[in-house]
Design a protein around this ligand. Structure first.
Ligand code: AMP
Ligand code: ZN
Length: 112
């Protein structure tokens, strides 16, 4: 389920430190190490999916679960006036970590 050479799997296992803001049995949310907005969180599933395109219909239940949890987590972390969710898929989108993650950006008026 988790991959030994994946940085986000290592964060999930506690092998690399992170600033966790939410955790349950299925997902972890932590602060991005290079924030692109006043609030920049990353939500990851506790299962290793490389890309959005790797998910099948059953896996997508996990995404649905995460999307339903995110509004509460965002509100508790200073995104009271809105936020933006981003999933980068592959090279053209600039994906650098190949463990599916949802960026949560907010805490200020976003420039675009
Ligand atoms: P992406 O370009 O969508 O693959 O985004 C990867 C994100 O992971 C970037 O915004 C990085 O700043 C962030 N990141 C990389 N390593 C870490 C880490 N150890 N802890 C927290 N965030 C990280
Ligand atoms: Zn992983």
């Amino acid at each position: 389920m988790l991959k030994d050479d994946c940085i986000f799997c290592k964060i999930i296992k506690g092998e690399i430190p992170s600033q966790k803001v939410y955790e349950d049995g299925k997902m972890l949310v932590f602060k991005d190490i290079e924030p692109k907005a006043k609030v920049h969180l990353l939500a990851v599933a506790k299962t290793h999916f490389k890309l959005l395109s790797e998910m099948n219909g059953g896996d997508a239940e996990l995404l649905k679960y995460m999307l339903c949890k995110i509004p509460g987590i965002a509100a508790e972390n200073g995104c009271n006036n809105g936020y933006r969710l981003i999933i980068n898929q592959g090279a053209d989108a600039g994906q650098t970590v190949f463990h599916l993650h949802i960026h949560i950006l907010g805490g200020e008026t976003l420039p675009w």
